[in-house]
Design a protein around this ligand. Structure first.
Ligand SMILES: NC(=O)c1ccc[n+]([C@@H]2O[C@H](COP(=O)([O-])OP(=O)(O)OC[C@H]3O[C@@H](n4cnc5c(N)ncnc54)[C@H](O)[C@@H]3O)[C@@H](O)[C@H]2O)c1
Ligand SMILES: O=C(O)C(=O)C[C@@H](O)[C@H](O)[C@H](O)COP(=O)(O)O
Ligand SMILES: [Zn+2]
Length: 376
């Protein structure tokens, strides 16, 4: 095995989950070092690299070369890009390829791509041979700050978003920040929505920092790496305290109950709405709904909307191109949310910027009236 070349400035966030503990490495040049990093930490010498049709021409060759150099044999699975790939059809394809490549339990599936590839291939890793090892190489901003961390994996169902899946933690996350240079401006903004989410959950100072420094985060360099590392640390802290979402992990769902309903309402059509955009609109709705319930000041909702709008994110249902189904259909999607308990709705609401909380038993009548007001 080759020695690991000298490391550039790499940030490490450790996720202390006992026997499922792992590191998140963040910084430039990690794709070229992927094989060496993996070989020095994991036993397996075989990998199935799952990626999508946009990412493959950009980074697959470099990843395979780096694995090869470290003595790791790899097979490639290239799936179509976009949310519609989170389906049984593509899950079966990925599982089949992993088995065909004779990936054993100590070998691993590698996700090279955004959250779609991460969620789908993590699910495949969780169920093939009842669990093989899993390495995340997230390539979108959203996947670097959120989906590659925490072990939620899955696919969508005709009944709703992420309704089929398992918890399966990665063994290593390699977030190469250089690859963000090829991401579209729209996808970069979508990932930024999940960064802002951490400030809105319980880090008001981080939200204020983002308001002041977002242009530097978008420009790249140290502010961007700082925002990614802060986000990963924030997510790791929540996941370690409640790995399987029995309580406070649900805070990471801020904006998602509305957002997921909107994604389902647009039939997961990326030309109309992508996940981070749904979260942006959902976070504004969650703040407005909290104000309507007299829990927070309407000024907070206005402040959230001002910032998300400033960076170029959609903040209103009317920002979504095309028609949306009526409020009653959105309610049907909300009723399928995984946080529903004994038929009662759970929402992440807020008392102000950075003061989110898990609200069980939110009256459906209030939600439907609110949705009718917002989407007459
Ligand atoms: N598991 C979790 O905890 C978690 C958290 C947040 C989101 N998610 C899921 O993640 C998905 C959204 O992830 P996403 O926003 O990364 O979407 P995505 O995977 O569809 O990636 C966005 C687009 O960017 C392209 N792309 C990715 N990296 C690129 C790069 N470096 N250069 C050029 N193009 C690149 C992709 O091909 C795709 O077209 C949703 O399905 C969402 O439900 C999961
Ligand atoms: O990791 C979590 O927990 C999250 O809620 C992170 C979210 O950003 C992510 O979109 C997640 O997939 C939503 O989870 P779900 O359980 O509502 O499907
Ligand atoms: Zn999300």
């Amino acid at each position: 095995m080759n020695a690991i070349p000298s490391a550039p400035a790499i940030r490490t966030v450790h996720v202390p989950l006992g026997e499922r503990a792992y590191d998140i490495l963040i910084g430039p040049g990690l794709i070229a070092r992927a094989g060496a990093e993996i070989a020095s930490r994991l036993k397996g010498r075989k990998a199935a690299v799952v990626t999508d049709e946009n990412v493959a021409p950009l980074y697959l060759k470099a990843v395979v070369a780096s694995l090869d150099e470290a003595g790791i044999v790899s097979a490639e699975v290239v799936l179509p890009a976009g949310e519609k790939t989170k389906s049984f059809e593509h899950l079966m394809r990925a599982c089949d390829k992993v088995l065909e490549a004779r990936v054993e339990r100590n070998d691993y599936v590698m996700a090279l791509g955004g959250g779609v590839i991460g969620d789908l291939s993590g699910f495949a890793a969780g169920i093939v041979r009842r669990g093989v090892r899993f390495v995340q190489v997230p390539t979108s901003l959203l996947s670097q700050v959120d989906s590659s961390v925490g072990g939620k994996t899955g696919i969508n169902s005709r009944h709703g978003k992420n309704l089929i899946g398992v918890f399966h933690q990665p063994d290593l996350v390699l977030a190469d920040t250089d690859v963000l240079n090829s991401l579209s401006a729209r996808e970069f903004r979508a990932g930024y929505a999940e960064i802002a989410k951490y400030g809105l959950i319980d880090k008001p100072d981080f939200f204020a920092w983002l308001e002041a420094n977002w242009k530097s985060v978008f420009a790249g360099g140290s502010a961007r790496i700082e925002a990614i590392a802060t986000s990963c640390q924030a997510k790791a802290d929540v996941v370690v305290a409640d790995e399987r979402e029995n309580g406070q992990r649900a805070l990471l769902n801020l904006g998602h109950t509305f957002g997921h309903a909107l994604e389902a309402a647009t039939a997961y059509d990326s030309s109309r709405l992508v996940h981070g955009e749904g979260v942006s609109i959902g976070m504004v709705l969650a703040h407005e709904f909290s104000a309507r319930m007299n829990l927070a000041s309407p000024d907070d909702a206005r402040r959230v909307e001002r910032h998300l709008k400033e960076v170029g994110l959609p903040t209103r249902m009317s920002d979504i191109p095309g028609d949306l189904p009526p409020a009653e259909s959105l309610m049907d999607a909300i009723a399928q949310d995984k946080k529903v308990k004994s038929g009662k709705l759970t929402f992440i609401l807020t008392r102000g910027i950075g003061q989110s909380f898990v609200a069980d038993d939110v009256p459906a009548s209030e939600v439907i009236s609110f949705l009718r007001e917002k989407h007459p």
